[in-house]
Design a protein. Structure first.
Length: 109
């Protein structure tokens, strides 16, 4: 796999699609992008971590923000961790990079 940094954000090509690391803070007041955390996108979700609720909210929010269907965004690593890896299908790397950069700038500074 070849790493491609966007600022500090890294996008990798994997067998399940384009891979992006995410640091999640569950149980927040609202679901928002907080910016870049190391090589990961930092996202706060309002759902608690119980019963996979935070993971479902994360996938739904990211898909919505990027204009993708939920089926094209999956968690492939870190299901029970704050550090997760999301896989994206149905989008070119350059377009994903652009949308994520815009998302981080607009919402996370």
């Amino acid at each position: 796999m070849v790493d491609s940094p966007q600022g500090d954000l890294t996008i990798r090509q994997g067998s399940s699609g384009l891979l992006v690391g995410v640091r999640v803070s569950p149980g927040s007041r609202r679901t928002v992008v907080r910016g870049i955390y190391g090589e990961r996108l930092k996202i706060a979700v309002s759902a608690p971590p119980e019963d996979d609720r935070a993971n479902r909210e994360l996938v739904g929010a990211v898909a919505g923000w990027l204009g993708l269907s939920r089926e094209n965004v999956t968690i492939v690593a870190g299901h029970v961790s704050k550090d997760k890896t999301l896989a994206f299908k149905g989008i070119e790397e350059s377009e994903l990079r652009s949308r994520l950069a815009t998302l981080a700038q607009e919402h996370g500074g």
